[in-house]
Design a protein around this ligand. Structure first.
Ligand code: ADP
Ligand code: MG
Length: 610
């Protein structure tokens, strides 16, 4: 989904330079970095490791990330759960962290207090380094994925982490949307897809609707404390109960967690495990079958199914209306999960890509498109999710680039002044589908100055909207007689959540009739006010031309129009406007004759003919 940004003047990017772009899946448990190389998205490895554990170890003199951290070291992990949150938002008992006095979250380390943004930025730095080492070159930009349910604060915090890591964020995209890109679902015309993402510590299910080139997240559900770790716990307890593994210390617990995780992962590709495990200097002969363990997993599976049902319910869809189910997250490798979901939807799953890699792959593809590197066969259709326009008189929006326009795109339209002698004009840029300015999203504004004084409606200001391949919007305004282009003073405006886009679209449908009424009313009021102002000024300037009877008729019509404006009945205002026009017709005629007369006075016939 396009996140619309406003570029700063002169900073618009040239899509033709060589630009290395990467996709980053900044996961709770594992992170990955990928890039499109010769047309194909590839995971970039860190010393042969594809997954980079999202862990950071702060030592006095160095910061270690992911696979660089020695086994069993106590590290900061799952910081994604904290990013963009305040102390009040979290259940601090569950998380090993030190909280400073303020409402901000800080984690105590040998290098001082670190915020979740700083910790995330250290992970991002590592990912960026893997990529720049691979290419031996600077990385131009990255697409970073975030969960669909992330709010604006969490998205902003992720961007700040990227900024700290000196990463140019081309766009944040939702993890399920990235997975859909990885499967090339955007090449289909339309469809509704479910993304089932079971990671290390979280479960997310999203319903995506792909329509006219745009993915919309139409429902999300999940459980932020349900993931692969819970399956590990079940196996760990099983080992303790059945084989009397004895884990007293924290370190033993950690070791046993790893053993359990290893068993779980092996059971994804084999039906039984018969082996001797050495633990605390004792040998344990274990003999485990998949079917035995799967029974223990059932309650966890049921929980995920319930979330799927909730999401479908929210989206008002039944299982047979779903066009595809994408499996995401390392934990979906478990056969019991595959089987359950397949049965639940009664259809085959999209699972031929590595489930822990699809998000990074999709992000890399999107990054390649946004940096202008993708060639035609990998080009993704990208469109403006909402219309773009400017405010005109009467609190109305004039749309310049309609929603769903394929980008890049440029469109221009001419506007004019409302008052005689007007020398400035405000260009207020808005995004949305509603007729009334305040019902749309305000993106920014700037002032066109130094318009030469002219009668109302004579000046011509050409306003150009340009959206480049990176969804950056540049708005420029040119005054036609002087040719002066106004520099834009709009600061970058960041993302809009998909739920917000969806709501804006829905609102525009449900309010379509009222909006139309609002527009016709607003338009007649603008006309009426303009005529009132002109007539008032005319009376002031040329009252000597008016007969008393004429003057009183005109004033009666003016008062009537003013009172109709307050009553807001479109056709009555129109009627009263026509009445005023008729009543002042002969006055207007007299003024015109008079002005011709005065422009002729004192001139000889030759001059007049010129
Ligand atoms: P996240 O998105 O939360 O960062 P991942 O998608 O990388 O996490 O998933 C990590 C989880 O996937 C871990 O719990 C890990 O044990 C689990 N996992 C990875 N491979 C397998 C496998 N073959 N079988 C079962 N679980 C697996
Ligand atoms: Mg993930």
């Amino acid at each position: 989904m396009a996140l619309l940004q406003i570029s700063e003047p002169g900073k618009s990017t040239d899509p033709h330079n060589r630009k290395l772009s990467i996709g980053i899946d900044l996961g709770t448990t594992n992170s990955l970095v990928a890039s499109v190389i010769s047309g194909e998205a590839k995971i970039l490895e860190d010393n042969n490791c594809r997954l980079i554990p999202s862990r950071v170890l702060y030592e006095q003199s160095q910061i270690l990330v992911g696979n660089d951290i020695p086994n069993h070291a106590l590290t900061i992990s799952s910081v994604k759960r904290l990013i963009g949150k305040k102390k009040d938002d979290i259940d601090a008992d569950n998380i090993a962290l030190e909280l400073a006095d303020s409402n901000e979250i800080f984690i105590q380390t040998p290098q001082g207090y670190k915020s979740p943004i700083q910790v995330s930025s250290d992970i991002l730095k590592k990912l960026k380094k893997i990529a720049s080492d691979y290419f031996g070159d600077e990385i131009y930009g990255a697409v970073i994925t975030v969960p669909a349910y992330f709010n604006e604060g969490q998205r902003q915090a992720t961007k700040e982490a990227a900024k700290l890591a000196e990463i140019n964020v081309l766009r944040l995209i939702n993890e399920p949307t990235a997975a859909a890109y990885a499967y090339g679902l955007d090449s289909k015309k339309e469809g509704v897809f479910v993304v089932y993402d079971l990671g290390g510590g979280t479960f997310d299910v999203s319903v995506l609707q792909f329509n006219e080139g745009v993915f919309e997240v139409i429902a999300t559900n999940g459980n932020s404390s349900l993931g692969g770790d819970d399956f590990d716990q079940i196996i760990k307890n099983y080992l303790i109960n059945k084989y009397k593994f004895n884990s007293q210390s924290l370190k033993d617990q950690a070791k046993l967690n790893l053993i359990a995780k290893d068993i779980k992962e092996k059971l994804s590709s084999q039906d039984t495990i018969n082996e001797t495990i050495r633990f605390n200097n004792l040998d344990y002969q274990i003999d485990i079958s998949l079917s035995e363990i799967e029974k223990l997993f059932a309650p966890l599976l049921d929980k995920t199914i319930q979330c799927v049902k909730n999401a479908l319910n929210d989206a008002n869809l039944s299982t047979d209306e779903i066009d595809g189910i994408i499996m995401v997250g390392g934990s979906t490798r478990m056969p019991t999960i595959q089987n359950h979901i397949k049965k639940f939807f009664n259809q085959n799953l999209l699972n031929d890509l590595n489930p822990d890699e699809v998000v990074a792959i999709g992000a890399a593809r999107q990054a390649s498109v946004l940096s202008g590197q993708a060639n035609d066969d990998t080009l993704l259709l990208d469109v403006t999710p909402l219309s773009l326009g400017i405010e005109t008189m009467g609190d109305l929006v004039e749309r310049i680039i309609p929603r769903n326009s394929t980008i890049p795109i440029a469109k221009a339209q001419e506007f004019t002044t409302y008052k005689d002698g007007q020398t400035m004009m405000k260009i207020h840029v808005v995004q949305g589908e509603r007729e009334k300015v305040s019902e749309n999203r305000s993106l920014g504004e700037f002032i066109v100055k130094d318009i030469p004084p002219m009668p109302a409606g004579a000046a011509k200001i050409k306003v150009t909207f340009q959206v480049d391949a990176d969804s950056l919007l540049t708005v420029s305004a040119e005054e036609k007689t002087t040719g002066i282009k106004t520099s834009i003073e709009i600061k970058p405006s960041y993302g809009i959540e998909e739920s917000e886009i969806r709501k804006m679209l829905e609102d525009s449908f449900t309010n379509a009739v009222n909006d139309k009424k609002f527009r016709s009313l607003a338009e007649v009021i603008v006309d009426a006010n303009q005529i009132l102002e002109l007539t008032e000024k005319a009376i002031q300037d040329d009252k000597q031309l008016l007969l008393e009877s004429e003057k009183s008729t005109i004033e009666r019509c003016m008062n009537n129009l003013k009172s109709e404006i307050t009553k807001k009945n479109t056709s009555k205002i129109k009627l009263a406007t026509d009445e005023l026009n008729n009543a002042s017709m002969s006055f207007a005629q007299k003024r015109m004759d008079n002005s011709i007369y005065s422009s002729l006075t004192g001139k000889n016939i030759n001059e007049i003919n010129k």
